[in-house]
Design a protein around this ligand. Sequence first.
Ligand SMILES: [Zn+2]
Length: 331
Amino acid sequence: MPSSPFSFTSLIGQDKAVKMLTASVYQKKMSHAYLFRGPDGVGKKRTAFAFAAFINCHARQDNTACGSCPSCLKFRSGNHPDLTVIEPDGAFIKISQVRELIKTLAYPPYEAGYRIVLMTEVQAMRREAANSLLKTLEEPPENTVLILTADTAGKILPTIISRCQTIPFFSLPYDQVSKKLVIEHDLEREEALTLAAVAEGSLGLAEELLEKKLLSFRRTLVETLMHSTQEQPESVAAIMELAEASAKYKENLPELLDLLQIWLRDLLFVANGLPERIISKDLLPLLSKAGRRWDKKQLTRKLSLIDQARKQLFRNCNRTLVCEVLFFGLL
Ligand SMILES: [Zn+2]
């Protein structure tokens, strides 16, 4: 069943990780603790689910779980008794969650196979929680496999890293991400490619941006910026409104700035007579119109305004205000 998250076939671009994991099972060299490390949204959790099913499958096929044996059916229905998932409670994985886990592990698995513990985002584990997990990581009970996932930005205690086998995960190629977006979300190819580029090869982030309708908001914003001037009172009101709406994107505001940056770079390509290099192909008609409004020098200056806005956001300046100043500068 290709679409099941409990099958390796539902993954894209993580062939190396899958190969390492399946080989460890076939060669009976499975580690008792793995650390899946890589950017957000590239399939670490999906791989963990597929690996859990693979380890316990009674009839593996083509290097993936069969999807139909009693164990696979339990995974697919979401209630396999020997799969425990621990995710941050709020911002952190807390010591109480680790204590609860240790209690559960004192009993043997319910079924004959392996018990799998998936602990996600361990970069968000409090130090005392991490310390209380060390003994379990070093010597987990028999027939238990712990899978930890973490992003590459956060810090993890070296004592955790040294007790796990690290499986690296990488950003996905943009064309693979965009293909998946086209197939699963019925998106136009041009829009899918733009999203994949802004999400820097993270399918998870691309899907999040899609859900938050960032691309269509960008279109409204770009259209307004291109048709407005500072002298029109109605433009001023429209820009203020858009700044307020932009601020609501909060943690995704940097991606909105990325989109604006791509738009201005595309305008520079038009100005330099290189339209084939345009990334926002979904904005093509708009781009050729705007290409006549600003010269190269003005465009370069506008690009530097986006850098400034990025720095201000990083310093926690008021989001609405940062957007207002930026958008008026882009007129
Ligand atoms: Zn199976």
